[in-house]
Design a protein around this ligand. Structure first.
Ligand code: ZN
Length: 279
């Protein structure tokens, strides 16, 4: 165990904040504490007028192994001490109600909130980015990947139809999105770039300097124009039905959890845990 903060907040250059996922011993698995710490750091960067670009990076060899399935306690315990950023409450409610409330808040809710931060954001990804890891990288505006980066959503094997922030069709196109979900095969950084999911692939040794240089160049532009450019592109995605499609996928995700509770007595298919350990 370590007492180190789960998120580091750095200002490596003028106008640039760099948030660092700092649980390398668990491959930056996301528990509730880490997610709220990350949200606080995003808020700090968003509210600081001196910051124009935000980098999301990760300590250690891997970006994120996804949600921390070892997190202990009831949903009420997990949510204790955190101030919800959404209005869908009822974390202590029984059955599907409490689980949906938590996932709507800490998974879909936080990722969507970060996607809409009105400043350019850049994910800096090395190593493995698995399932919930996608929910940190995808909400960012740009993604820079090391040549050793690889992406995977293995949730179908766990009896759930994709992670809660269901951006797959928008990030990959419908056909490749289905293959990613059906097979859980690794998507390499180069393949992700070919699909338009990743902006740049660079040698791992150059990842941090390349990303910081990109952020610095963007930070030289007028802040308001950057905000408006981001808003315009985001609006184009939303005009295509992104939000309603993701809400439908989230409802299906909750249906899958409820089904698994009835059939397996737990929110995921336990057979999928064996698959996950092999990744
Ligand atoms: Zn879920």
């Amino acid at each position: 165990m370590t007492d180190a903060p789960t998120i580091l907040y750095e200002t490596p250059a003028a106008g640039v904040a760099r948030l660092v996922l700092n649980r390398p011993e668990s491959r930056n698995a996301q528990d509730t504490i880490l997610l709220y710490a990350l949200n606080t750091a995003f808020d700090q960067a968003a509210r600081d007028d001196a910051i124009k670009v935000i980098i999301l990076s990760a300590a250690g060899p891997h970006f994120s192994s996804g949600h921390d399935l070892r997190e202990q306690g009831s949903i009420t315990d997990q949510m204790a001490g955190h101030d919800p950023v959404g209005t869908w409450c009822g974390f202590g409610c029984a059955g599907a109600e409490g689980r949906m409330a938590r996932e709507k808040e800490v998974y879909l809710g936080l990722s969507e909130r970060w996607r809409n931060i009105p400043k350019p954001t850049i994910a800096q990804v090395q190593g493995k980015c698995i399932a919930g890891g996608l929910m940190l990288a995808w909400p960012c505006d740009l993604i820079v990947a090391a040549d050793d980066a690889a992406f995977c959503d293995n949730t179908v094997g766990m009896g759930v139809a994709g992670v809660e922030y269901f951006a797959h069709p928008w990030e990959l196109g419908p056909r490749k999105a289905k293959e990613l979900l059906f097979t859980a095969d690794w998507l390499t950084a180069q393949d992700a770039k070919a699909l338009g999911m990743v902006n740049h692939v660079v040698p791992a040794s150059e990842l941090a300097t390349f990303t910081l240089d990109l952020a610095t160049r963007i930070a030289s532009k007028p802040m308001f124009a950057l905000k408006l450019a981001k808003e315009a592109v985001n609006a184009a995605e939303d005009a295509q039905g992104r939000v309603s499609a993701m809400q439908t996928a989230f409802a299906l995700h909750q249906l899958a959890h409820s089904h698994n509770m009835q059939v397996h007595g737990m929110p995921i298919d336990p057979g999928g845990l064996q698959v996950r350990r092999k990744t």
